[in-house]
Design a protein around this ligand. Structure first.
Ligand code: HEC
Ligand code: HEC
Length: 143
């Protein structure tokens, strides 16, 4: 009894192996990673606009970030964006000042420093990458 089941298990795995070999021979199995499993993955080139500000696609849109932000840390204590965009620095740094909405707390009180609700800039503002659209988009703003 035992013997037959071992033999049939062997036959099945032999068949599976043969199948896999055939599939490979067909040569049409494309890798999704674009590289061999043993190679380090190469991230694609990402296009960043570093020249001018983007037009807004609708009136209330948080403007897109026209520069790279990889090096600017934002955490509980530090926000490096403020080094250029806070009203106290923006003039010197030649950067657009945070609009006054960023200095209103949720009760509408005017603050001197950026509101906690606006601390994590990239919750709303995102840099752009020249990546193909994942889904078709026919968005048009209302008037
Ligand atoms: C070294 C200075 C500097 C730092 C740090 C910096 N920015 Fe900027 N940012 C600029 C300048 C200068 C511009 C304007 C670029 C232009 O007009 O061509 C700009 C533009 C922008 C704009 C576009 C505003 C508009 O009206 O189109 C956004 C949004 C923005 N930055 C967000 C951020 C965020 C978020 C961070 C942190 C992750 C950050 N910036 C860090 C200098 C800086
Ligand atoms: C909750 C969403 C939100 C967060 C968080 C936020 N912003 Fe904004 N931001 C907006 C919106 C919406 C606008 C455009 C309307 C306005 O000015 O209020 C804007 C406008 C701006 C502008 C353009 C101002 C102008 O007058 O052209 C800059 C620069 C900017 N934000 C930078 C930042 C930075 C830096 C941070 C982080 C300290 C930040 N924002 C956090 C939503 C946000």
């Amino acid at each position: 009894m035992k013997k037959t089941s071992i033999i049939s298990a062997l036959t099945v795995s032999a068949l599976l192996l043969a199948g896999a070999a055939l599939a490979q021979q067909a040569g049409k199995v494309a890798t999704l990673r674009g590289s061999d499993a043993a190679d380090a993955d190469q991230a694609g080139e990402v296009y960043h606009q570093d020249e001018k500000r983007f037009p807004r696609n609708y009136r209330q849109q948080p403007p897109l970030i026209p520069h790279t932000i990889d090096k600017y840390q934002i955490d509980l204590k530090a926000n490096e964006c403020l080094g250029c965009h806070d009203w106290t620095n923006a003039g010197d740094r030649g950067a657009p000042t945070l609009s006054m909405t960023h200095y209103l707390d949720r009760e509408g009180n005017q603050l001197d420093t950026v509101a906690g609700t606006r601390w994590f800039c990239n919750q709303c503002h995102v840099p752009q990458a020249d990546a193909p659209a994942l889904v078709d988009n026919t968005f048009a703003p209302s008037n």
